[in-house]
Design a protein around this ligand. Structure first.
Ligand code: AMP
Ligand code: GLY
Length: 456
């Protein structure tokens, strides 16, 4: 007799593989998983999910790296109907949404509202939940209402610009101006000069970031060290995923322009049990309580961008997705079957699954195109990717050319992640392997983790 191991909640017999185990037919779990996105974060998510039992991973649209761990599917993230067709044809069981835009655009509402897609589980908040990232004004109101520690702020639009000027006069430099809506990660200005801050406020309200800056949030400047914390919640329960530190500036010593992130380290030495406990009590619990009170059914990741000021955490921002490049470090430190964890999340059973993180240190170094974050070339041939040992190279911006060579296709190109027993050891391995990867114009920071090493 065949023994049937079905995933709880799965009822589709045709979504299973048969395999022979010890003379018995065992029906192994087959889980068809679709990851949406095309960066290093999605490669890391797909890489981790591909290690889960019975996982068949598809990535839309993916990149040259995701093609190593699954099947790339050429679908635009804005084309919800095409995503639906694909899910139905491939009998997708689980969809994991990588970036924020489809969430803010309502992909979860689309899935929940479609009778044909009812059986497909999707990880991410609905449109209202996604407002935590999609609208800084909403996020600030939410934090105020539910007592989550954050910087004092004032919301400005064209009608109250003079009050905005007064608020700027009432706080000390540096002045923090934030476009309310999504602005491709560029909507935050930090200025030292009061007049410049007033001028920029005017320009933002005049459409410097399009509709995203029709409302601007002026914030008090928070002092301290930043850290990215991640939770996975089913709305009722949560797990605290490994934290990471991101390196945002292009140059060593945090010099130069802001980027999408030039590297990451996990764990972060100042995230002591005491600090993590404060984050849970002061931030995670009130946030989840607030979501429930607002009637927001949140099943997905919450990325807390935190400032640690003398051991006290403050929220700089909420994101409704995982971070990039943090995910490229964090995924390597999660133990066990990640698909199990996400399925349990979608089913509201996060309390039933075992979750553990490994105690190694992960260091991720992002290799970028010459010129990034300003103009850079694409389509540059790459070499050395086959020579790597001891590290995982997550592709952030790569593609295949007509001859199936791997070429650059973005500003951030490859995230190299190494493990070690200390930051020093992981750094040593990561940088050794980074030197084996070549492409014209390549650039990377040489100091990822150095600051934290001194704290270890
Ligand atoms: P955000 O898009 O809100 O994460 O802001 C981008 C970056 O600006 C953050 O990662 C911080 O480095 C910085 N930042 C934002 N808000 C503040 C604040 N209130 N005080 C200090 N730095 C901030
Ligand atoms: N690394 C920061 C972010 O993903 O927004």
């Amino acid at each position: 007799m065949a023994k049937i191991i079905m995933y709880p909640g799965e009822a589709k017999k045709d979504a299973v593989d048969w395999k022979e185990v010890q003379g018995q037919h065992i029906t192994a779990v087959r889980r068809n998983i679709l990851v949406l996105g095309s960066g290093g974060r999605e490669h890391a998510l797909a890489w981790k999910l591909a290690q889960s039992e019975g996982a068949h991973v598809f990535i839309a649209p993916g990149n040259a790296g995701t093609a190593q761990v699954g099947v790339n599917v050429n679908i635009k993230l804005s084309d919800f109907e095409a995503i639906k067709d694909f899910c139905l044809k491939q009998e997708i069981n689980l969809v994991v949404v990588g970036p924020e835009q489809p969430l803010v655009d309502g992909i979860v509402d689309f899935f929940k509202g479609d009778a044909d897609l009812k059986a497909v589980k999707i990880i991410g908040p609905d449109k209202r939940g996604a407002e935590l990232e999609g609208s800084k004004a909403f996020a600030k109101d939410f934090m105020e209402k539910y007592g989550v520690p954050t910087a004092k702020c004032f919301k400005v639009n064209k009608d109250n610009i003079h009050e905005g000027f007064k608020f700027l006069e009432s706080v000390k430099a540096p002045y923090v101006l934030k476009a309310d809506g999504l602005a491709a990660g560029k909507g935050v200005l930090i200025l030292n000069d009061l007049q410049e801050a007033k001028d920029e406020l005017g320009k933002m309200l005049d459409g410097k970031f399009g509709a995203a800056s029709a409302t601007v949030v002026i914030e008090e400047f928070l002092k301290g060290i930043e850290v990215s914390m991640f939770i996975l919640t089913d709305g009722e329960h949560y797990v605290l995923l490994p934290e990471a530190k991101d390196y945002k500036r292009i140059g060593d010593g945090d010099q130069g322009l802001n980027t999408g992130g030039m590297g990451a380290v996990s764990p972060v030495p100042f995230c002591t049990p005491e600090f993590l406990n404060r984050v849970e009590e002061r931030i995670v619990k009130p946030t989840l309580k607030g979501l429930k009170a607002e009637g927001i059914d949140y099943k997905g990741f919450i990325f807390l961008g935190l400032m640690n000021d003398g051991g006290n955490p403050y929220v700089i921002e909420y994101n409704v997705r995982m971070g990039d490049p943090e995910t490229e470090a964090v995924m390597t430190r999660i133990e066990g079957d990640f698909a199990d964890l996400l399925m349990a999340c979608a089913d509201g059973r996060l309390d039933e699954v075992h979750y553990a993180k490994c105690d190694k240190t992960a260091v991720t170094v992002m290799m970028v195109s010459g010129g990034y974050p300003e103009a850079y070339k694409k389509g540059v041939k790459m070499s050395g990717l086959d020579n790597l040992k001891e590290v995982v190279a997550f592709h952030a911006g790569t593609a295949f050319d007509a001859d199936m060579n791997v070429v650059t296709a973005g500003g951030r190109v490859i995230a190299v992640t190494a493990h070690g027993d200390s930051i020093e050891e992981a750094r040593g391995i990561a940088y050794c392997e980074v030197e084996k990867i070549h492409f014209e114009g390549v650039n990377y920071r040489h100091d990822i983790g150095l600051d934290l090493m001194r704290m270890q």
